[in-house]
Write a new protein. Structure first.
Length: 246
């Protein structure tokens, strides 16, 4: 597997497939405490190859191939990685596809590069999810954050490690709660109703706040936060084709 060393000096597994006929390149961003090599990104890759799109995926610093560095990375690190790939690797238009936290970062990237991003697909996108920890963690978890610099969360979908460094940098990058979000490209948000990490109703709020007039929401009754069941993967493949053809 190819390695890419970022300006931040983190080196992670990286894959780049060039587009055909000047078509856009899909940049896939994985979720928090996940990696870029599971069933969802592989599905995206195969659909990109089928459609002639370019494709890029990589592990965020401290994740997957770089998991030993988890406590040394933070939200700013991950935003800067995505920005660097757009500025230095990808040529032409970009379609952002982000899972969970990757969906949040995809939104921030779409705002940062409005002239480059031509489409956005959010898979259980979780903008501002760090704020959940302010009001829903236990006193013991708060104490662990202060004394140990981290705490753990376990639910039916995932196990998460939350560091103080992540909390501080992610809070500084939260999208405004009572304002429109300046995302102008076509957007598709796919959300499962059995998501144990994110209240599925929030996706409707996100759709309302996005400025773009071309926002589609797909709510899947029997899918969870992973969105890796066959129904979710089928909707993902269709959404990629739809975004390309808009």
């Amino acid at each position: 597997m190819q390695k890419y060393t970022f300006n931040s000096h983190f080196a992670t597994d990286f894959e780049y497939i060039e587009p055909k006929n000047n078509l856009p390149t899909v940049l896939y961003l994985h979720g928090f405490c996940s990696n870029a090599w599971g069933q969802k990104p592989e599905t995206v890759k195969q659909e990109c190859i089928k459609l002639g799109l370019g494709f890029v995926r990589f592990d965020f610093a401290g994740h997957g191939s770089d998991s030993d560095n988890f406590t040394n990375a933070d939200f700013n690190t991950w935003i800067n990685q995505a920005s660097e790939v757009i500025e230095k690797v990808i040529k032409g238009n970009v379609i952002m596809i982000g899972s969970s936290m990757g969906g949040w970062i995809s939104m921030l990237i779409s705002i940062k590069y409005p002239d480059r991003v031509s489409g956005l697909i959010g898979l259980a996108a979780a903008p501002n999810f760090v704020k959940y920890f302010e009001s829903n963690i236990s006193e013991q978890q708060k104490q662990d954050l202060l004394t140990k610099g981290h705490f753990n969360i376990v639910n039916n979908d995932f196990s998460y490690t939350i560091t103080k460094r992540f909390v501080e940098t992610a809070l500084a990058s939260c999208l405004p709660e009572n304002e429109n979000w300046p995302i102008y490209c076509p957007v598709c948000l796919i959300q499962g109703m059995k998501d144990a990490s994110l209240k599925w109703q929030l996706v409707l709020q996100y759709a309302e706040q996005i400025i773009s007039e071309k926002v589609e929401v797909k709510i899947l009754k029997n899918s969870n936060h992973r969105l890796n069941d066959e129904t979710a993967l089928r909707e993902l493949r269709q959404s990629i084709a739809n975004i390309v053809n808009i």
